[in-house]
Structure formats: structure tokens, C-alpha cells
Design a protein around this ligand. Structure first.
Ligand SMILES: C[S@@+](CC[C@H](N)C(=O)[O-])C[C@H]1O[C@@H](n2cnc3c(N)ncnc32)[C@H](O)[C@@H]1O
Length: 259
């Protein structure tokens, strides 16, 4: 599915280890948040939530947990939680905050495309810009489905496959020109771009996401395209707020494992 010579897992691990210090403050703020806010526009939990309002008794996993705040939100709603991430420096922040908050979350250092848990171990799996963006969908989605019990839920939030078509080739912020093909999109290698080089990201055309869910045994419960609120400003994560008020820059999927 991916160019054989591109070791995107190693590249992303290095990128995230180097960048981890820049995520500490945001992680601390989100651990302290009483009510979750989602995605790059901080959309309120009442408008879009990746989590059920109560998770009492559920066994949950966050795939690509970073500083672990989504894991914490799940724990606060009653779930027993596992967070997996392959950047040890991100996990160091998660572990420190977990100690400060008296959290019982289990942290795993590893690749979310191959989770060391048996089939059907979880009731719920989620990712906010973790595996959802940085793992190959053809690997992590079937893996998430494998980890779920029949009837278990997978939710995730990532970039829209529309904004990816408007990313200039040099790494500049999205603009109003369709630069890249929509159909067949899969891998976005930012390691060698002129402006703000980074790691390797993934996305699919909406019809390809649907097809992948079908072959992975996941049924779609909800699909949302997120619009930046009127109050949004600036160009966070290379998406101008004005762009994201007119076009969807982020998407949310809610899925259920068949059976
Ligand atoms: C933007 S963070 C998302 C997590 C969380 N929502 C946050 O903002 O802290 C992306 C995370 O995905 C992790 N990641 C990237 N590739 C991964 C992989 N193959 N397996 C596990 N984690 C991965 C990175 O290490 C990083 O911590």
C-alpha cells in the first residue's frame, strides 16, 4: 500500500520525539479541561463528541495517544483505558500527567498498527489526529476492528480529504487551488518540503474510507464534516481559519463493528 522504501513509522517517531516539547503546554491544558474540545478549532463537546457521555465499565483504547488527554477524558467518563503511542517523549508527558492526576491509564510504547492485545479486547477505540492521521489506514483501521468486540465502537477525527487536495506542494498553508488529486490520495510525505518539513501523513477519498470500513467489518453510524467557528482566526496547522469556515478541514467518523 505504501512505497516500500519509505519507513514512515521510524520517520514519524523521530519527528514526534523531536516535537514533543511543543505539545506539553497544550497537553497540560487538555488534561485539566473539564469538558473536551475537539480538533484544531476546539469545537465543543456538545457539537461534536468522539466519546459517549458515559463510559462506565467500558474497556477503551486510544490509538496514537500523544500526551494522553483523550485517554484521560475517557477515564473520567468511567472507562478503563489503554493509550498507545510510539514516541517515547510524548508518552513521557502522558505518564507525568497521569501521575499528577492519579490516573490508572495503561500506557504502551508501540505502533498503533500492531497493538499487543488479543482480538476483541476492547469495547471502544478512538483517535484524534493520532493513528487517524499518522498511520496507514489500510493497516490501522483493520487493526482497530480486530481489537474491538463485536458491537464495539471506533471513532476518529482527522483532516478532511478535501483540505489535502489544497495543500501546496512546497508545504505552505492550504489555499484555494486544487493542487493534488482527490481520487487515489493516500500518503502525504512532508519530510522533504521547503516550508516546515514534518512527518508522513495519510488520508483517503471518502469513497475509499467507506470501502475500507466495509472490508474491515465496520458499519458507519455517523460522518461529520467540521466547519471552523466564526470566531476562529489564524492559520493553525497550515489551514487558514477563513478557508475552514468555507470548506471542511476536518472529518469525524463514528463506526460500529458488525456482529
Ligand atoms: C497530534 S498527536 C495526537 C494525539 C493527541 N490527540 C494529542 O494531540 O496529543 C499524534 C500522535 O500520534 C503518534 N503516532 C504517530 N504514528 C504512530 C504510530 N504508528 N503508532 C502510535 N502512535 C503514533 C505520535 O507519536 C503523536 O504522539
Amino acid at each position: 500500500m505504501v512505497q516500500q522504501d519509505l519507513d514512515y513509522v521510524a520517520l514519524n517517531r523521530e519527528t514526534w520525539n523531536e516535537d514533543a516539547e511543543n505539545w506539553v503546554v497544550a497537553g497540560e491544558k487538555s488534561w485539566a479541561a473539564e469538558v473536551p474540545e475537539w480538533g484544531q478549532w476546539g469545537i465543543g463537546d456538545a457539537d461534536v463528541s468522539l466519546l459517549p457521555s458515559t463510559m462506565e465499565g467500558l474497556r477503551a483504547i486510544e490509538l496514537g495517544c500523544g500526551t494522553g488527554y483523550v485517554s484521560r477524558w475517557m477515564e473520567r467518563r468511567g472507562a478503563s483505558v489503554v493509550g498507545i503511542d510510539m514516541a517515547e517523549n510524548q508518552l513521557a508527558t502522558a505518564r507525568r500527567l497521569a501521575t499528577e492526576y492519579g490516573s490508572q491509564i495503561e500506557w504502551i510504547h508501540g505502533n498503533a498498527e500492531h497493538v499487543p492485545y488479543p482480538d476483541g479486547s476492547f469495547d471502544f477505540a478512538t483517535s484524534e489526529y493520532g493513528a487517524a492521521l499518522w498511520c496507514d489506514p489500510y493497516r490501522w483501521v483493520p487493526e482497530a476492528a480486530r481489537l474491538l468486540k463485536p458491537g464495539g465502537h471506533l471513532t476518529f477525527l482527522t483532516n478532511s480529504p478535501m483540505v489535502t487536495t489544497c495543500y501546496p506542494l512546497n508545504g505552505a498553508a492550504a489555499d484555494y487551488t486544487l493542487v493534488r488529486p482527490y481520487f487515489g490520495q493516500h500518503i502525504f510525505d512532508w519530510s522533504d518540503v521547503e516550508i516546515d518539513p514534518g512527518g508522513v501523513e495519510f488520508n483517503l477519498a471518502i469513497s475509499d474510507w467507506f470501502s475500507l470500513f466495509r472490508t474491515s467489518g465496520l458499519e458507519v453510524l455517523d460522518f461529520r464534516e467540521l466547519q471552523a467557528p466564526e470566531t476562529a482566526t489564524g492559520i493553525p496547522f497550515a489551514v487558514p481559519a477563513e478557508w475552514a469556515k468555507r470548506y471542511p478541514s476536518e472529518i469525524v467518523w463514528k463506526l460500529r463493528k458488525s456482529g
